[in-house]
Write a protein that binds this ligand. Structure first.
Ligand SMILES: NC(=O)c1ccc[n+]([C@@H]2O[C@H](COP(=O)([O-])OP(=O)(O)OC[C@H]3O[C@@H](n4cnc5c(N)ncnc54)[C@H](OP(=O)(O)O)[C@@H]3O)[C@@H](O)[C@H]2O)c1
Length: 285
C-alpha cells in the first residue's frame, strides 16, 4: 500500500510517499476528513496557515488513535510573513493552534506574498529571515524538517547560499501536462524532495480527453493515474479530497504506467481550466 511507503529526506527523516491535501476543506469538516484518511491508512497530512483549518487538522491528529510519531503533518508559514520576529511568532502560533508539540515539517508557502506572486520584488532578504526562524525552530525540535513551496531556482539559490540547514522539500505545482522539469531537476540535484501539489490540476485533469482515455485503458480513475504519474517521476503527490471514497481511490495506485504511456502523458496539452481556482496566482503561470 502506497500509504505505508516512504521517501527519506536529506536529514534522514522518513516522509510517507502520499499526502492528503486539505486546501478548501473547512475547519469544521476537516476533523472527520483527516480521521477518515488515517483510518484508510494515510499517515501524511498537508495543511497551511492560509487554509484556516490547522485547528481541525491538529484535533484530528490528536484524536485519530494512531500514535503521533507514526503521522507526518506539514503546515506552511503564510506567504506574507517575511521578517524574522513575525516568522518566529507565526511558527509558534501554528503549534499552538494545532495543539501539537512539534510539526513534522513546516515550509515557506511562497517566495513572495500572494499579491506580489512572481513580481519584481523577490523578497530575498525576507525569505532569508523567515528561513532563519525555521532553522531555529528545527534546531529546537519544534519542526522535524523544513522546506519551501513555490520556490523557483533563484529563490532556492538565495536560501542555499546563506543557510545552515538546507531545505528538505520544495512543494510546487506539478501534474500531468505541467511538469517544470528544470526546476524539478535542480531541486533533486540539491537533495530537495519535490512534492507535487494539485496533482489532479485542482480537478482540471478530469476533463482532459487524452488523460481520460489513458486512465480508461488502465481501468483506473483520472486521479489514480495522476497520482501514479507523479510517483513514477519520483515526486510526492498531495491529492486533495473531502470524500472518503475518493481518498481511498487516490491511495489505490498499485499499477504501473508503461514507459510509452508516460511519454504520451509527458506531451499532454496543458490543462487550461483549474475550475473555481482559476484566479489563484499559482495557476496563472
Ligand atoms: N503550496 C501551495 O501553494 C499549494 C497550492 C495548491 C495546493 N496545494 C496542496 O495540494 C493539495 C491538492 O491540490 P488541490 O486541492 O488544488 O487539487 P487536486 O488534488 O489536484 O484536485 C482536487 C479536486 O479533485 C477532486 N478529486 C480528488 N480525488 C478524486 C477522485 N478520486 N475522484 C473524483 N474526484 C476527485 C476533488 O474533489 P472531492 O473533494 O469532491 O473529492 C477536488 O475537486 C491541496 O489541498 C494542498 O494541500 C498547495
Amino acid at each position: 500500500m502506497i500509504t505505508q511507503e516512504t521517501y527519506t529526506l536529506s536529514n534522514d527523516v522518513k516522509i510517507p510517499k502520499l499526502g492528503l491535501g486539505t486546501w478548501f476543506i473547512e475547519d469544521k469538516d476537516v476533523v472527520q476528513v483527516v480521521k477518515d484518511a488515517v483510518d484508510l491508512g494515510y499517515r501524511h497530512i498537508d495543511t497551511a496557515q492560509a487554509y484556516q483549518n490547522e485547528r481541525g487538522v491538529g484535533e484530528a491528529i490528536r484524536a485519530c488513535g494512531v500514535p503521533r510519531e507514526e503521522l507526518f503533518v506539514t503546515s506552511k508559514l503564510a506567504a506574507e510573513v517575511k521578517n524574522y520576529p513575525d516568522a518566529v511568532a507565526s511558527i509558534d502560533k501554528s503549534l499552538e493552534t494545532m495543539g501539537l508539540d512539534y510539526l513534522d515539517m513546516m515550509i515557506i508557502h511562497s517566495p513572495q506574498p500572494w499579491k506580489e506572486f512572481r513580481g519584481d520584488d523577490k523578497y530575498y532578504e525576507g525569505n532569508r529571515a523567515a528561513w532563519k526562524a525555521l532553522e531555529e525552530a528545527y534546531q529546537a525540535g519544534k519542526l522535524r524538517a523544513i522546506g519551501v513551496s513555490n520556490f523557483l531556482q533563484a529563490d532556492l539559490e538565495n536560501i542555499l547560499q546563506s543557510c545552515t540547514v538546507k531545505p528538505m522539500v520544495n512543494q510546487i505545482l506539478a501534474h500531468i501536462s505541467h511538469m517544470p522539469t528544470d526546476l524539478i531537476r535542480f531541486s533533486q540535484s540539491h537533495d530537495i524532495l519535490v512534492e507535487g501539489y494539485s496533482p489532479v490540476a485542482h480537478g482540471g485533469l478530469m476533463k482532459h480527453d487524452k488523460v481520460v482515455e489513458i486512465a480508461k485503458a488502465y481501468d483506473v480513475s483520472v486521479p489514480q493515474l495522476a497520482v501514479r504519474y507523479l510517483l513514477q517521476k519520483g515526486l510526492l503527490p498531495l491529492p486533495k479530497s473531502a470524500k472518503k471514497a475518493h481518498i481511498q481511490n487516490n491511495a489505490d495506485v498499485d499499477f504501473e504506467i508503461s514507459e510509452q504511456d508516460m511519454a504520451t502523458l509527458d506531451q499532454a496539452e496543458r490543462v487550461k481550466d483549474y475550475g473555481d481556482a482559476n484566479q489563484m496566482p499559482v495557476f496563472q503561470e
